[in-house]
Structure formats: C-alpha cells, structure tokens
Design a binder for this molecule. Structure first.
Ligand code: KG4
Ligand code: ZN
Length: 332
C-alpha cells in the first residue's frame, strides 16, 4: 500500500511517500528555521504562509523522488493536530484535496503518537508493549504503547517542554535558536558535574515533568556568575535533563514490566540523552529504539507510518477532517 504523508503542524513542511508503513520511498522536509531564527522562535503567521508556498512543489518532488505518479497513491495521511492552527490547516487542506481528487482513503493522525511511529519505519519494527517517550520542542510525554493505536498515557510536562527548556536556556546564554543542538555541541567540552542544577519533579508527581524551573536555575546561575563557563553550564544542564527523563522512564518501564523503549521527537537527537538511555537499557536488558535524527524531528514519513497502522485497525477520516490545534494524546 503506497501512502502519501503530509506534515505541517509547526514550522517544517514535509511530504513523504511510504510503502506499507515501513519503507520510506521519499521523505522531504522543507525547514523554515532560517526565517524563524531571525525572531528567536517560531512566528505562527509566517509559518503558515511558508507552508502555503512550499506544500504543492514539495508533494510533487516527494512523488518524483519516490518514482511514483499521483495514480500510484493508495491513501493519504496527514497530521491534523496538535500544533499551530494556521500551519495545520495547510496540510489538512492539501491532504483533503488530494484524497478527493484521487478518490482514495484519508487518515488524519495525531502528531504525538505519530512521532513514536518513526520507530516503526524499519524492516523489523519493534514488538509491543513498549514504553514510549516523546521529547520535542512542544511536548514531553510518557506513555505505555500497549498495542497499535492503543496508548496508556502516563504523564506530560506541567509547563515547558524539554526542547523549550533547551531553547530558552540557550537564549539566556546568548546562543542562537534552536538552542538544543548548540547546547549539545558545547556540552561535549564541558564538565557535567561542574554545577548541580535541580532534578525537577523527580520525587513528586510520578510521571509528570516540569522544566520551567530549570531554565530559571540557569538564569540565576548565569546572573550570579558573569564569568561562567558556557560548556560547563551546557553539560550540567544537559545532565539534569537526561537524568530526570531517564529515571522517570525507567521507573515506568519497571512498574509496567516493559522490556522495550521507544523514544522520539527532536530532543531525541541529543547525544547525552542517547548515551544515557543506551546505558540504562543495557543494564536492564531492555531493547532501545531511537529513530535516526532525520526521523526524530517533524516529518511526514512518521505520519504515513502511523496512518498505515491505524488504517489497518479500521480508521478512516472523511472530508470533514479539520485541524485540531489542541488535540490531546488521550488515554487511547
Ligand atoms: O520535534 P521537533 O523538531 O519539533 C517539535 O515538534 O517540537 O523538536 C525541536 C526541538 C527544539 O527545541 C530543538 O532545540 C530540539 O528539538 N533539539 C535538540 C537537539 N536537536 C534538536 N535538543 C537537544 N539536543 C539536540 N541535539
Ligand atoms: Zn513534532
């Protein structure tokens, strides 16, 4: 089954052609980062205009790179929320137009589990159940993936997402947007034990996270220590984040007797997080899945993969499908 996937929930326009939910024939991402960089973060109005300019040529290019024609497409997948409403609308409208034109099934997917599905884009997809951790610029969620399309939601952040903590802390230190990759790079030359930043919520609220206080701790440290070592702050901040994420996730794996862990989202690119989780999983005999960096950030292949599994479970959307900016992950 050949899927055309479309993803426009934030600031990346993406179109992909995916076979049977596992084989990527093409996966193109048009990033707007250079534009948003000028403003220190994503500007929603600009994002939707850029999606509008990019979407049609990108879909045509994705078909060409996959060596497919419109008539080869069997179904259309699109992320319909959560995200920026103006951005989502561009993708949802393009997907509905394509499905109507081709008279093929349309499946709207939730962007959050779709991130987790990036781990299924492979010849031997993970078996279930598994722990699922989504760490991105907009979300920090922990869940148990019990079966395809069935998630038990355990907790999320009460304030900033983990990627937001990276981006805001970077801004405090005068680093460019997006801050995550910069902090990751600088941390490699720093001492992660140099500063003890708090481990927020480690003992409270079992599976909930809170990262806004950590950014404040960085602000206070930088103010008190004008000659601070950038690499040491980066390495110590990163250690605190990786520590909280790993300990909460491993507690969940233990409580629910899970032997597999699926991580996804832009922050899953982080080298220290990858290293720490690899070590923790090895110690417990758990199988760890983290997608390659290109599939960690927003992309349409993950939406197509998620839609494929949901379609197999009987899910269909119709032309009344709408953008749902606040779509929750929910219990199921
Ligand atoms: O998944 P994503 O592309 O967008 C959302 O759906 O939110 O994630 C973007 C986030 C940004 O906050 C960025 O700073 C962070 O992922 N990020 C990283 C790294 N690469 C990207 N954070 C830490 N370390 C990295 N290497
Ligand atoms: Zn995302």
């Amino acid at each position: 089954m050949i899927w055309l996937g479309i993803e426009t929930s934030c600031d990346d326009t993406s179109a992909a052609v995916v076979k049977d939910g596992k084989e990527i024939l093409s996966n193109l991402i048009s990033s707007q980062i250079d534009t948003h960089k000028l403003y220190g973060g994503v500007v929603p109005e600009i994002a939707s205009r850029k999606h509008l300019e990019a979407i049609n040529p990108l879909i045509n290019e994705a078909l060409a790179r996959a060596g497919k024609e419109w008539s080869d497409i069997d179904a259309i997948a699109v992320s319909c929320g959560p995200g920026l409403v103006g951005s989502l609308l561009v993708g949802v409208s393009a997907a509905k137009a394509a499905a109507a034109m081709l008279d093929v099934p349309l499946v709207g997917v939730n962007h959050l589990p779709a991130h987790i599905y990036a781990n299924f884009l492979r010849e031997n997809p993970p078996e279930l159940p598994a722990a699922a951790l989504l760490i991105s610029g907009g979300h920090t969620c922990l869940a148990v993936m019990e079966a395809h399309g069935r998630f038990r939601f355990l907790g999320e952040t009460r304030d900033d997402a983990v990627g937001e903590c990276y981006d805001k802390s970077a801004r405090i230190m005068g680093l460019p947007y997006p801050g995550g990759p910069e902090i990751d790079r600088l941390a490699k030359q720093g001492n992660r034990k140099a500063i003890h930043f708090p481990r927020p919520y480690l003992n409270e609220s079992k599976y909930e996270f809170s990262f806004s206080g950590l950014k404040t701790a960085v602000l206070q440290y930088v103010k008190k220590n004008p000659d601070f070592s950038m690499p040491d702050v980066c390495a110590s901040l990163q250690e605190s984040i990786a520590d909280v994420l790993a300990r909460k996730t491993m507690n969940a794996a233990e409580e629910f007797g899970l032997k597999r862990l699926l991580i996804a989202g832009g922050v899953a690119c982080n080298s220290r997080i990858r290293e720490k989780f690899a070590k923790e999983c090895e110690r417990r005999g758990m199988e760890l899945f983290i997608p390659p960096p290109i599939l960690c950030t927003d992309n349409a292949a993950m939406a197509a993969c998620c839609a494929h599994y949901e379609y197999m479970n009987g899910k269909r959307s119709d032309l009344s499908l709408d953008a749902s900016p606040a779509l929750p992950w929910g219990i199921d």
